[in-house]
Design a protein around this ligand. Structure first.
Ligand code: NA7
Length: 549
């Protein structure tokens, strides 16, 4: 299969078959890099990162598909921990493409001399807690055994690729790729008949770029999605000068708002304004582009169905305006879930791409895919001959990458067993029965509902302060009390039920992976409440956690 991880890069020999560390960090993406910096350079711990890929970058290492770019603006989708880093790095545009974000993360690894404690091309296979020693025994696919006081997972929320088990997939004679495990050397679509399955953020970003190169692109859509234009633009020197002057205030704002963006979330309801005013507000935000359409318009879009309907209806009107063929426009109009209840994409030229003569749209909800044949894809009512298939089918989100590791806590309890009915954590930071295991942006924390670097820095800082306090006070282990964990899980579900998030079959809910328990995984209570809770818990001597000397 062509989408295997590239292992041709440097493959350093393991220094030792066994070693002892303070902290094992799993993953070298945004989270793992910052965790290494904090634990090693600020706390002075013996910390080491283990990473499957042959380079750093995590999500931005694997997701190299055409059109991959970040959908939060660069100057706040970035680290805030170093003012020097902020001042010296300049992004080319508001929403840079994947290579630039990967270059940034490589720069961070070099600038803070992180590489000497990052072991690439190494997959962590298991981590088992040894109660008598109060230590973790970690094994890797290179035959190493590492003993560590703490294990910190920095495995990403969207890292375990979901490739659907469609009959015949492996008999396909052409090439197939998953957007989240894209080959390093890229893919040339010239002269190819390409089939793309999936219309989430990845499919929506990839569609216009593949369409511009391929002979023909057929998009297989199961659920139409709402997408708002990105309106990417280069950042001019005077804009940069202002951003650099304002960085502290920008960062502060990202830590105070619901979703970690530095703009005001308006408490007004969609019905506090007249129909004309509302339309005008949506028009302005559509012209401006980006997530502000959702987070900077009306405060009740994710709570009130009628309010949500006004935004959904506006987007449908735009689709009908942009897409020339009325049949295609109707197929593209989402009607089965509220806007924002699935992770909303933002796009560059998505809808207009369906006006191209070499692009067609197939509704696979109406006529599902039956099989992949050696020549292409067969649906219930047609066959499509293809040279290449792109799976933009998402991820086993939030829990997938954690459960791929054989994690065993007290008494040999497997995490997979404990989470058989859905993930259970306290604050998304720790799991009862798994002492000294910390999960950066784990299920039960705001994570994917927050601008990720903001979520990551808050978690790493909290974990690092916690470890420091434990050392100062002479505690060897920490884990949640079961009742605190139960109460948190209940709270996470309660809060989610007050929103429209349950109205969609989304990956937030685990609904995209057949057989996965359907539990709302991220915490929707918003960043301010979550931060307050985390700080209060720490101030109260880690209330709800059990600390042992
Ligand atoms: P998403 O958002 O999970 O989107 C996956 C898409 O693939 C979505 O349209 C799915 O349709 C579709 N899908 C998934 N499985 C199948 C099968 N078996 N058959 C047909 N279609 C399928 O993943 P992305 O990679 O686009 O985005 C992930 C995140 O990356 C994104 O939210 C940002 O945070 C960045 P469905 O809607 O389930 O009907």
């Amino acid at each position: 299969m062509p989408n295997r991880p590239n292992r041709a890069g440097p493959h350093p020999a393991a220094d030792e078959a066994s070693r002892s560390l303070d902290v094992v960090i799993i993953g070298a993406g945004f989270a793992g890099l910052y965790a290494l910096y904090r634990f090693r350079d600020v706390l002075g711990l013996d910390a080491r990162v283990y990473e499957t890929g042959d380079g750093v970058g995590g999500t931005w290492y694997w997701n190299r598909y055409p059109g991959a770019r970040c959908d939060s603006e660069s100057f706040y989708y970035s680290y805030s921990f170093s003012e020097e880093l902020e001042q010296e790095w300049e992004w080319s545009s508001k929403y840079p493409e994947q290579p630039e974000i990967l270059a940034y993360l490589n720069h961070v690894a070099d600038r803070f001399d992180l590489r000497r404690d990052i072991q690439l091309c190494t997959k962590v296979l298991s981590a088992a807690y040894d109660e008598s020693a109060a230590r973790w025994e970690v094994t890797t696919d290179r035959g190493e055994r590492i003993s560590a006081t703490y294990v910190v997972t920095a495995v990403g929320c969207l890292s375990a690729a979901n490739v659907p088990e469609i009959p015949g997939r492996d008999d396909f004679r052409g090439d197939w790729y998953h957007t989240g495990a894209w080959p390093k050397q890229g893919v040339d679509f010239s002269g190819k008949r390409v089939g793309l399955i999936g219309t989430g953020s990845s499919g929506i970003q990839a569609t216009p770029v593949i369409a511009a190169q391929a002979e023909h692109l057929t998009v297989f859509q199961r659920t139409p999605n709402y997408t708002v234009p990105t309106r990417n633009a280069r950042l001019r020197p005077e804009e940069w000068a202002k951003i650099k002057r304002d960085y502290r205030a920008i960062r502060q704002k990202t830590r105070e708002t619901q979703a970690g963006f530095p703009y005001d979330v308006l408490e007004r309801s969609a019905f506090d304004v007249s129909d004309e005013q509302r339309r005008e507000i949506y028009e302005q935000l559509w012209a401006e582009g980006g997530f502000k359409f959702l987070w900077g318009s009306f405060g009740d879009l994710l709570r009130d169905k009628r309010a949500n309907h006004t935004a959904a209806e506006f987007i449908r009107s735009k689709i009908r305006e942009i897409v020339k063929d009325p049949g295609t426009a109707e197929k593209l109009c989402p009607t089965d879930h509220p806007y924002g209840s699935k992770r909303p994409p933002i796009d560059t030229d998505y809808y207009v791409t369906f006006n191209r003569p070499n692009v067609s749209l197939v509704d696979i909800k109406r006529s599902p895919i039956v099989e992949i044949t050696p020549q292409g894809i067969r649906t219930e009512d047609a066959t499509y001959e293809l040279d290449t298939i792109v799976f933009a089918t998402g991820f086993d989100a939030m829990t997938g990458s954690l459960l791929k590791i054989d994690l065993r806590g007290v008494g040999g309890l497997r995490l997979a067993e404990k989470w058989a009915a859905g993930p259970r954590t306290y604050l998304g930071l720790q799991v009862a029965g798994f002492p000294n295991l910390f999960t950066i942006t784990g299920p039960g924390s705001p994570s994917v509902l927050l601008n990720m670097p903001v979520a990551i820095e808050q978690h790493v800082d909290w974990i690092s302060d916690c470890i420091e306090q434990m050392r100062v006070k002479g505690f060897r282990t920490i884990q949640p009390q079961l009742d605190a964990e139960d109460a948190w899980v209940e709270h996470v579900n309660e809060v989610a039920k007050q929103t429209l998030f349950y109205e969609a079959k989304s990956w937030y809910l685990g609904a995209n992976v057949p057989g996965k328990p359907q539990v709302f995984m991220p915490y929707v209570g918003g960043q301010p409440l979550y931060r307050q809770k985390c700080e209060a818990v720490a101030t109260a001597g880690y209330a709800g956690f059990e600390l042992r000397a």
